[in-house]
Ligand binder design. Structure first.
Ligand SMILES: [Zn+2]
Length: 347
């Protein structure tokens, strides 16, 4: 019987080892049943005490209590650990490690065209202009007829048009000028408005041609509006975009919706005596403009004997390319984030 305490120790260690090895709460319940419930190791040991010789009873009682206490503590601890593990497992997603650092969210950037449009909108609204919008799918009437470009007019050949229906009544607008007519229809002079937006031409793309590009239409109609107002407005625009005064010149140009019509050139902002941007001429062709043709005023419901006005069609894509030194217009619509990241100003 002198071996009894050692046997009890072996019993306890074996039970603790089973607790440690338990993989489920059910395993733990099995160990608890065998050790602690009726007929279990501890109960049997306790039940045997009266049969033992007197001196051994106390040691047997102590051994039974120790097994009970230590086993219960081990069972409780293991149960808590298993339950915590089960909770984690229930949240486990393949490949998800909650301890990893979160990747930094990448900040987007405003497209260079958007940046320039916003600057120009600020500039022109500060001069009392409205910012207008118009449909990109436009009626032939607004895109051509109302702008003094009738169906058989040779000027239609100047613009390769995407037509949207067999009858040719709907087109992807080839310029932002239709917004002029829409503005005249819904407003009375004085009118001061700009209309930035996308325009579309059916042409082969290359470094300087794109099927979709951006323009900004400008329109001013009031009494006694002159070419001087046009020049002043254009110089203000260029100062806003290039941050310095830039000389401009007007050359005669033919556009059906203006009379007289001009090509406006700006002095090259990048050189003094010629560079590749200005093709060594020191002048850059910037935009067509002119005094609004009386037929266009009439189409917009405005009396040409009382009012006059000027209009311009700024090539926004071209202006953005000039400002940032972009050599291929196709970059603008490429969606290439390596290109876009270079324009990292936000807002
Ligand atoms: Zn130059």
């Amino acid at each position: 019987m002198s071996q009894q305490p050692v046997d009890h120790e072996v019993t306890l260690q074996s039970l603790l080892a089973r607790v440690a090895a338990a993989a489920t709460v059910e395993d733990l319940r099995a160990v608890a049943r065998e050790a602690l419930e009726q007929g279990g190791v501890v109960a049997t040991l306790l039940a045997s005490i009266p049969t033992l010789p007197g001196p051994e009873r106390k040691a047997a009682g102590q051994a039974a209590n120790r097994i009970k206490t230590e086993l219960q503590a081990a069972l409780d601890a293991k149960k808590a650990a298993l339950e915590a593990g089960a909770l984690l497992a229930s949240r486990h997603v393949e490949g998800f490690d909650p301890t990893l650092r979160a990747p930094r969210a990448e900040r987007g950037t405003l497209h260079p065209v958007t940046q320039v449009v916003r600057e120009l909108e600020d500039l022109f609204t500060s001069m009392g202009f409205e910012v207008l919008d118009g449909p990109e799918i436009e009626l032939d009437w607004y895109n051509f007829e109302a702008l003094n470009i009738p169906r058989d007019h040779p000027a239609r050949d100047m613009q390769d048009t995407f037509r949207c229906d067999p009858a040719g009544q709907l087109v992807l607008r080839t310029h932002t000028s239709p917004v002029q007519v829409r503005a005249m229809e819904t407003r009375r002079p004085p009118i001061r408005a700009i209309a930035p937006g996308k325009v579309f031409r059916q042409e082969t793309t290359d470094a300087s041609h794109e099927h979709t590009f951006h323009q900004m239409e400008g329109l001013v109609i009031d009494e006694d509006v002159s070419v001087g107002h046009l020049i002043h407005t254009m110089k203000t625009l260029l100062r806003g975009v290039f941050g310095k005064d830039i000389e401009v010149r007007l050359r005669p140009g033919y556009f059906p919706f203006v009379e007289p019509g001009f090509e406006l050139d700006a002095r090259c902002p990048f050189c003094k005596s010629g560079c590749s941007v200005c093709k060594q001429s020191t002048w850059i062709e910037l935009l067509p403009c002119g005094m609004v043709h009386e037929n266009v005023l009439k189409a917009g419901g405005i009396d040409p004997t009382r009012y006059s006005g000027f209009a311009f069609g700024l090539g926004l894509s071209r202006l953005v390319m000039l400002r940032y030194g972009i050599d291929d217009v196709r970059h603008l619509l490429s969606g290439d984030t390596r290109f876009l990241r270079q324009f990292h100003r936000i807002g």
